[in-house]
Design a protein around this ligand. Sequence first.
Ligand code: TXA
Ligand code: MG
Length: 338
Amino acid sequence: MSTPGDAAAVAAAVRVLANGGLVALPTETVYGLAADADNQAAVQAIFAAKARPADHPLIVHVRDAAALDAWARDVPDAARTLAARYWPGPLTLVLQRSARAHDGLTGGQDTVGLRCPAHPWARSVLAGWTAADPSRALAAPSANSFGRISPSQAAHVRADLGEKPSGKVDLILDGGPCPVGIESTIVDLSNGSPRLLRPGAITREQLQATFGAAVPDAGGDAPRASGRLDSHYAPRTPLELVDEGALPARINALRGERLAVLAPARALLDRGAQVVARAIAPADPAGYARRLYALLHELDAAGATRILVARPPQGDDWDAVHDRLNRAATPASGGEPL
Ligand code: TXA
Ligand code: MG
């Protein structure tokens, strides 16, 4: 693992990006698959590498809030308030796009998603990338094949997309495990008033405290977000959510299966012989989010016929974890775009 101050690695990443290549880049949420946002062929290469449908918009990563007006137009005050409060950080703003935000980025929609990441590696690469032009940006979805578990470690990217020549990514930067671990909170401001498109580490209560007003969920007319497919972030092994109290009975009922179980330590003490892998669920929401994808990757690789996950506690600060677990629990064929 090199360090974000590693000027040679940053320069190499900027060179790859300038040549229209793809760089897997650690952000504080998950690893992103980055390309020059202005380069339509490079943006197309992101879709090809991920096998992602072309109508799913990408997030444009900017150096700071000064770039808002390069990529968006009619930016409402509420967006500037959120950017001032939470950028750099795990928050994406969906805004009316400017002409620069081309169809390849937005999936043909008239909105664009903008985020300013906080991770030291992402910041170093963005600083190098924008040295000559502060409005330059990087398009970057999560660095995973479409529909699979998002990568919170460089090893996840290596195992899924891989580095060239055998893989699909020109350069994978290893910044260690991502500190937040799940994707950014997405707030839709394209109609002026904030609506929550995807829960994340910045919670609804934090957003509401910032505005002193309710931030409702986006309704059915909201812009498309692939994170809002019913099935997303899914392991290959079927995943079932079970109330903690019902776990022993469920394990019993699944005699003959090979089970991988994610639950609090107390619920893992008395496990059946068919439990072939188990992981202790972190007790706090930030710790759970940080470890979630790595644990799902591990349990998915355990050769189990089913993954059982004890439902975590309820509450505003657990919403993002529930959101990801609920999507992971839905069979891949069941997903429909909202
Ligand atoms: O934390 C994150 O947001 C990570 C890191 C790499 O920044 N990125 C990420 O990208 O999660 P991706 O593409 O896996 O998910 C981005 C979400 C998708 O659900 C996408 O559809 C949505 O953002 N999105 C992007 N632009 C949008 C737009 N104009 N309107 C609605 N949703 C949009
Ligand atoms: Mg993703």
